[in-house]
Design a protein around this ligand. Sequence first.
Ligand code: ADP
Length: 347
Amino acid sequence: MDTPPPALAPEVLVPRLGETLVKMGLLDEDQLRRVLKHQHAATVEGKPMLLGEAVVELGLLDRPTLDRAVTEQIILLRQALEDANRNLERRVEQRTAELQDALRRLSELNQLKANFISNVSHELRTPLTHVKGYVELLADGSLGALTTDQAQALAVARRASDRLQEVIDDLLMFSLASRGALTLQMEALDLGQLAGAALAASQRKAEDRSIRLENRVGPELPLVHADAQKIAWVLAQLLDNGIKYTREGGTVSFSVQPDSASPSMIRVAVSDTGIGIPPERLDEIFEPFHQLDGSSTREQGGTGLGLALVREIVQAHGSRMDVRSVVDSGTTFSFTLLGNDSQRTAP
Ligand code: ADP
């Protein structure tokens, strides 16, 4: 059986007085044994005594000599403590320098990553613009009539290049955000209209997966002060995730309502009846390039950048993302924007 480690009591830290007296040549080993026996006997009799008392009682040392020995022991102890403190300070300084170095290297790597992402996405954008341009020309018949098969093949190519464009746009927005260069073009915005457009754009994706989209946008909402393009992107992203992480037959609903806790704020929420997120992993989902299912066999595509950017954009608006989720039951992502009561949408 393992013996438990000794408790860190003072007797463990302080060298025993008996040993010190022997080391100082004031007692020999035999005398120390006699002293310990005497001390033990007193304890057995129910009159515990300190080792120093036993030494004096046996007449091996007088009180002043014992006091001098104890004082010397205290001085030695203090010196040892000061040495240990100095040593500790040196180690803390060393570790701090190492951590600072690691942090500097990490920031350099982060910068390299951001530069790389920015360069690659710019490089990809130019050829993709050409691909998309020619696909459009072909699709609208400008370069000659198409057979049904050709039109179908082009439709696939168009969807693929649209998807590629989305990924590149996400990467570009991410590199802007990580450089702190995400700028907002603020304007008075009708969230209901924006939500309607986002729902309409997602309708087809939802139908392909037999998912019902629900529109719960309240009537007569105040306009909000926000960047239309970026908030539209946030809505599209949240809807896209809702559809992606909900099984067939589920529902994704979109709600825009005055916030119950603070009615001057408008709460935008996207809820799904999907797979949900375990509570201990809720923080992870906002990390860039982070996916809860990171395996190569994962069912859903994506870069893991969506929610990181959603949070950046919402925070740039002075708000914060709220997420509530129950595994196998569903998830709600929401945030608020300040309503402008003097400007209202049409009833
Ligand atoms: P991705 O491109 O993987 O969708 P996101 O940043 O949008 O990246 O989301 C990060 C991760 O958070 C996803 O990979 C998924 O594991 C989880 N997640 C996001 N939205 C939902 C949701 N509505 N329900 C369940 N899990 C979600």
